[in-house]
Design a protein around this ligand. Structure first.
Ligand code: 5AD
Ligand code: SF4
Length: 440
C-alpha cells in the first residue's frame, strides 16, 4: 500500500488547476493517494502550459528532474498532460524517453485507462484530443472539503488572437450544458463550498452554440443557489461582454463585482494586428458602461508588451491608456513568439532588450496606480471571506473582498475559513491591504 501515491505538478492557468484536481479524483478511484513528498510517488503527472516560452522552459526543466528519480525507482509512471503535451505529442518522447505517457487537453477522462495500459505493457503511450479539441467527457469533480472550487463552463477558444497558441491546442469552443454546471454547483453547496470560480477561455461567449443559454442566464441561475456566497469567473473577452451580463451582475446577490477585461494593448494599430475585434474607443465605452452600472467594481486586465511592430509611439499610447483606465491591477506579459501563430512570422519582431525595458516601465506605472487606488481604502471597512492563515505567518489570516482585493489581518477571534469578517484597512500596499478585523 505504501507505494500507492501520486503527485501532480501544475503549470499555467486555473483551467489546469481544475484539471489537476479532477485527475486526482480519478487516481483516487484507482486507489492512489496524493503526496507532497515526491520520493513517495509512483505516479507523477506534469500538467503543462504552452502559452509562453518561459512556461515551456520551466516544464522541460521539471521533466528533466524526474529522470534521476526514475533511475532510482523504475516503477514510477511519469505522465505529461495538458497544453504542451497536446502541442508536442510524440516529440516529447524523443526529448525525454523517460516519459511514459502523453495525454492531451480534454482527455482527462482517459487517464485511468492509459495508466492501466501502461502497467500492463510499459510502452510509451500517447492520447491526444482531435484537431477541434472536442467536448471533453464529464469527469467527477474532486470530493474534498474545499471552500472554494473551480468549475469549467467552456473549453477551447474561437477567437484566434494572432499571438495566441490556445485555439490551436485547446481547439474550438464548446460549452458545457447549463444543467451539468448547475447540478455541480448545487452539489458543492451541500458540501459547504462557499465560492465558485467559473472557468473558460472566454466565458462571455458561454452558450453561443446551445439554444436558450447564455452567460447572463447561467449567472442568474447560479446567483440563486443557497450557500454559495461568491461567484467569480475567468477569463473574459471585452468584445463579448453583453449588457445582460452587466445587468445580472449589478442586480445579483453573489456575483462578485470584479471585472477582468484583458485589453492586451493600448494602440488601435496593434489591436488590429492582434485580431482582437475591438478598438480603443469600443473598449473605453465598455468600461464606462461597466463603471456606471457597478460603481464599486474593481477592474483588472492583461497586457502584452513587445508585440511585433510595436513602436515607441504604440508603447506610449499603451501607457497613456492604462493611466486613463486606472486598473486595480494589470497582469503584464512579454510577447512570446509561438510558432504556428500568425504573429510568429510577422515582420519587425521587437528586440528582447526593448521588450524588457518597456515591461519595466509599464509595471512601474501600473504599480503606482494600484497603490494609489488601494491607499484610498485606508480607513474604510471591507467585507472579507476568510481563506485561512497566510503562507508566512500562522497568526496572520488572509482573505479576499468581493472585488478580489487580498486582505491580511492578525487573527484575534474565532474566524475560520469560509466565514465573512469585517476588516478595517489601515495599511494599503500595491498587492495587499492590511488591517484589523472587527470582532463582535
Ligand atoms: N505572449 C505573451 N502573452 C501571451 N498571452 C497569450 N499569448 C501570449 C503570448 N504569445 C497572454 C494574454 C492572455 C494571457 C492569459 O496570456 O495576455 O490574456
Ligand atoms: Fe488566446 Fe485570444 Fe482565445 Fe484568449 S481570446 S485564449 S488570448 S485566442
Amino acid at each position: 500500500m505504501e507505494h500507492n501515491r501520486y503527485k501532480v505538478f501544475t503549470y499555467g492557468c486555473q483551467m489546469n488547476e481544475s484539471d489537476s484536481l479532477r485527475m486526482g479524483t480519478q487516481l483516487e478511484q484507482l486507489g492512489y493517494k496524493s503526496t507532497e513528498n515526491l520520493e513517495d510517488a509512483t505516479i507523477i503527472l506534469i500538467n503543462t502550459c504552452c502559452v509562453r516560452e518561459s512556461a515551456e522552459k520551466k516544464i522541460h526543466g521539471k521533466i528533466g528532474e524526474i529522470k534521476n528519480l526514475k533511475r532510482k525507482n523504475p516503477e514510477i509512471i511519469l505522465g505529461v498532460v495538458g497544453c504542451m503535451a497536446q502541442k508536442e505529442g510524440e516529440k516529447l518522447f524523443r526529448k525525454a524517453p523517460h516519459i511514459d505517457f502523453v495525454l492531451g487537453t480534454n482527455k482527462i477522462h482517459e487517464l485511468n485507462n492509459v495508466i492501466n495500459d501502461i502497467k500492463m505493457s510499459r510502452h510509451h503511450m500517447t492520447n491526444l484530443a482531435p484537431d477541434d479539441g472536442g467536448m471533453p467527457q464529464e469527469v467527477l469533480p474532486p470530493t474534498s472539503d474545499a471552500l472554494s472550487v473551480w468549475v469549467p463552463i467552456t473549453y477551447g477558444c474561437n477567437n484566434f488572437c494572432t499571438y495566441c497558441i490556445v485555439p490551436y491546442v485547446r481547439g474550438r469552443e464548446h460549452s458545457r450544458p447549463m444543467s451539468a454546471i448547475i447540478d455541480e454547483v448545487q452539489n458543492y453547496s451541500k458540501t459547504g463550498v462557499k465560492e465558485v470560480t467559473l472557468l473558460g477561455q472566454n466565458v462571455n461567449s458561454y452558450g453561443k452554440e446551445l439554444t436558450d443559454t447564455s452567460f447572463a442566464k447561467l449567472l442568474y441561475e447560479l446567483d440563486k443557489i443557497d450557500g454559495i456566497e461568491r461567484v467569480r469567473y475567468m477569463t473574459s473577452h471585452p468584445r463579448d461582454l453583453s449588457d445582460e451580463v452587466i445587468d445580472v451582475i449589478r442586480n445579483s446577490r453573489h456575483i462578485c463585482s470584479h471585472f477582468h477585461l484583458p485589453v492586451q494593448h493600448g494602440s488601435d494599430r496593434i489591436l488590429k494586428a492582434m485580431n482582437r475585434g475591438y478598438t480603443i474607443e469600443n473598449y473605453r465605452n465598455l468600461i464606462k458602461k461597466v463603471r456606471t452600472a457597478v460603481p464599486d467594481c474593481s477592474l483588472t486586465t492583461d497586457i502584452i508588451v513587445g508585440f511585433p511592430g510595436e513602436t515607441d509611439e504604440d508603447f506610449k499610447d499603451m501607457l497613456e491608456f492604462i493611466k486613463e483606465m486606472r486598473y486595480d491591477a494589470a497582469y503584464t506579459f512579454l510577447y512570446s513568439k509561438r510558432s504556428g501563430t500568425p504573429a510568429a512570422t510577422m515582420e519587425n519582431q521587437v528586440e528582447e532588450k526593448v521588450k524588457k525595458e518597456r515591461l519595466n516601465k509599464l509595471m512601474a506605472v501600473q504599480n503606482e496606480i494600484s497603490l494609489e487606488i488601494n491607499k484610498k481604502l485606508e480607513g474604510s471597512v471591507v467585507e472579507v471571506m476568510v481563506e485561512g492563515p497566510s503562507r508566512t505567518d500562522e497568526a496572520v489570516y488572509t482573505g479576499r473582498t468581493s472585488n478580489n482585493k487580498i486582505v491580511l489581518w492578525e487573527k484575534r477571534g474565532q474566524e475560520q475559513a469560509g466565514d465573512l469578517v469585517q476588516v478595517k484597512i489601515n495599511h494599503a500596499q500595491t498587492w495587499v491591504l492590511k488591517g484589523d478585523a472587527i470582532y463582535g
